[in-house]
Write a protein that binds this ligand. Structure first.
Ligand code: SF4
Length: 612
């Protein structure tokens, strides 16, 4: 089929369209169906009004993963507050929610660089999890999907949204799904299948962190005007089966310190949660506002695993699964206005997360439920989803415990962006902030974008090619040494990541290289499709970026997607994209210093996060 031929698309109208199947959208869909059922029952009992017919106005949910839950991963310890409101009888449901058990034994461990570890005598309240449930977000999402489908929600997995559709008046009117069978150069293959235009009265986007469509809407409707920028961490996680008795079910350990320095400017820490059958969920989270251009979350996770405290748990065990994802941690002041004409943002797409507790699932669920109440009113009143209508969602957020919980810690994350002694000073200031219930510091503290905080190896040389000796190498240490010699400003990375050797890469070991870990993420993408990582100007990679930052993409990507390789014909180094490795974590979209990388939805594929 010629690329110039106009595409005939099918249109699929519905009442409410959810984009992404995660805890926020699934909770929203369940709430919406319950409200509709209650409303219809009341009318059957003689109440005034018109019934909402979901066969005429179906509720659709599109999901980019081949199976619901495949792209969902988290720690996770679930605060059941929202779940209890959504499904008050959840403990008695059949099947029951896939909880590993209640979190019973919390501790905060300070890991020391020399190999020691000190358990805090008192676990800070934010790390106390009594009454919360240890779970796999992947399994929990699947379970919620079953509940939603039983209520009549039509979930369409393997339907990635490609672009937002608008009315002539500029309101959101739905989403176009991806065209399939498009070759790597944009040509239509014999297998070409045009995407479908799914139109809806109201679209609710819960695509997860840094959603591609949500990001476009935030920009178009200026939803972030007057707000702090959203900032992120990247969490790298594995699921292990360990030797019997090494780590009990229900135990939850959070770690501070190693491999981060308490006096440095990186924010982060580790977690270890005990699952059933000697399975352990563990991960390391590090902020993407780190000044280190060689920040490598996967490498940091590897170093953390090699600390004697963690090693003692894992040794002799077996890696089961791997995953990585970004975490929105800016807090209340970084939330974009989550409503616009025809649409609302929920969950991680908006940034509903409480970083002091390292928890967002309950806030995501509640945001979805409040969006659903707003959607229900639109359907009930047979109204248009104008901005006046969708604004009611924000009113509900302000009246809810979402506001209460996030407002109390509204300046928490900001405390860690100050220098010097970033982490230590931040921990003290943030501690006072949390303890005072948000009274101090008062007001709104600002934040800087993650990518603006990366320090340069060298000052730019007015767009000229970098010195020849810098081109054929990615040896960061050499760059630092060279730039020191000519007296330009330098930033010395704390690690030496040149060549990216990983400490040990053997099955049965503790640490795995990125490519092996990608295998354990189960990530695959059809090779004959346009790369879903769009780099607007690849010349910058081997010129300005090589010189100024040493190509941070080689380090921050936890799946080895970005490589600087020798170009044919001795033309120096150029970027190679191994996009089929991508685990959809969005780190590149966030941390690229020039903001020229855009993550867009691929035609299919991605990780399979079973049990994560
Ligand atoms: Fe994450 Fe980007 Fe790497 Fe994909 S390419 S794994 S989104 S950093």
């Amino acid at each position: 089929m010629s690329t110039d031929e106009p595409i005939q698309r099918e249109e699929l109208p519905c009442g409410v369209l959810f984009v992404g199947a995660g805890p926020a959208t699934l909770s929203a869909a369940i709430r919406l169906m319950d409200l509709i059922a209650k409303h219809n029952d009341a009318i059957d009992q003689g109440a005034p009004g018109t019934k909402i017919d979901t066969s005429e106005q179906p509720v659709f949910m599109i999901e980019k993963a081949a199976e619901v839950g495949d792209h969902n991963m988290s720690g996770a310890i679930l605060d059941p507050r929202a779940l209890r409101e959504l499904l008050p009888e959840f403990e008695k449901m059949d099947p029951p929610p896939p909880f590993e058990g209640e979190a019973q034994d919390d501790s905060l461990v300070l890991m020391l660089a020399g190999g020691g570890a000190v358990t805090a005598p008192v676990t800070p309240p934010t790390f106390q999890n009594h009454g919360n449930y240890i779970t796999s977000l992947n399994r929990f999402t699947k379970w919620l999907a079953g509940v939603a489908e039983a209520r009549g929600v039509q979930i369409l997995p393997n339907f990635p949204g490609a672009e937002v559709l608008f009315t002539d008046g500029g309101a959101v009117k739905g989403v176009r799904t991806v065209d399939r069978g498009v070759g790597k150069h944009g040509e239509r293959l014999s297998s070409f299948e045009p995407g479908t235009d799914i139109t809806a009265k109201l679209t609710i986007l819960g695509e997860g962190v840094r959603g591609h469509l949500s990001r476009g809407l935030i920009k178009k409707f200026k939803l972030d005007e007057g707000k702090n920028p959203q900032i992120y961490s990247t969490g790298v996680k594995e699921l292990w089966k360990v030797k019997p008795g090494r780590f009990p079910l229900g135990k939850a350990v959070h770690t501070a310190g190693f491999p981060l320095s308490l006096t440095g400017n990186d924010f982060g820490g580790g977690f270890i949660y005990g699952f059933k059958d000697d399975h352990v969920s563990l991960g390391f989270v590090v902020s993407l506002d780190s000044p280190d251009p060689a920040l490598d979350p996967h490498r940091m996770f590897s170093r953390w695993k090699e600390h004697p405290y963690v090693k003692a748990i894992l040794e002799g065990g077996e890696l089961v699964r791997y995953g990585a994802k970004a975490i929105p941690e800016g807090g209340w002041f970084s939330l974009p206005r989550p409503y616009m004409p025809g649409a609302m943002l929920v969950g991680d797409s908006a940034g509903f997360l409480n970083m002091t507790r390292l928890k967002g699932i309950h806030l995501a669920m509640k945001s979805g439920m409040l969006a659903a109440e707003t959607a229900f009113e639109v359907l009930r009143d047979q109204a248009e989803a104008t901005e006046e209508r969708t604004k009611a969602y924000w009113g509900r957020i302000l009246d809810s415990w979402v506001f209460e919980e996030m407002w109390k810690v509204r300046n928490f994350r900001q405390a860690f962006q100050k220098k010097p002694f970033g982490f230590l000073r931040g921990a003290l200031a943030a501690g006072v902030h949390v303890e005072s219930g948000g009274l101090w510091p008062p007001g709104k503290l600002g934040l800087q974008d993650d990518h603006h905080r990366i320090e340069k190896l060298r000052e730019p040389s007015n767009g000229k090619q970098p010195p020849a000796q810098l081109l054929p190498t990615v040896d960061l240490a050499a760059k630092v040494a060279a730039s020191r010699k000519d007296g330009s400003k330098t930033f010395a990375p704390k690690e030496q990541p040149a060549g990216m050797p990983e400490p040990s890469v053997k099955t049965g070991g503790i640490v795995y290289d990125k490519v092996t870990d990608v295998y354990y993420a189960g990530s695959t993408h059809e090779e004959d499709q346009p790369p879903h990582l769009v780099v607007a100007d690849t010349d910058i990679c081997h010129t300005r970026c090589a010189e100024e930052y040493g190509n941070p993409c080689q380090y921050f990507c936890p799946a080895s997607v970005y490589e600087m390789v020798e170009a044919e014909g001795g033309k120096g180094r150029q970027l190679r994209l191994n996009f089929s490795n991508c685990v959809h974590c969005k780190t590149c979209d966030i941390r690229d210093p020039y903001q020229i990388i855009t993550w867009v939805t691929p035609q299919g594929g991605g990780p399979r996060y079973s049990g994560l």
